[in-house]
Design a protein around this ligand. Sequence first.
Ligand code: ZN
Length: 97
Amino acid sequence: MNDTTSTTHKILCNTCKVQPEPIPDSDPQEWGCPVCGVHDTTENILGEANQHIVEVTARHIQNKGREVAETSSFIQFSGKPVPYGVYRFVTDIEMAA
Ligand SMILES: [Zn+2]
């Protein structure tokens, strides 16, 4: 096992894969993508990024479960695939399937 769950992930604009920059004089603090201009508050951006982590992690676990089910006649895998969410902001989390 590696330690990907304990490392800090960078927040990235999902479209441009660059880190958002703080928008001056915004209250509450907003962050915007310097390339495409998408922006939101710190709270909303972190919320989306966390959702993305949850989705990526859930898909990873499900893929592992499916692998086990395929090699076993005792385990029936009945879960629906984890749907792909639409995110403006994601993290750089990556998990090998
Ligand atoms: Zn962007």
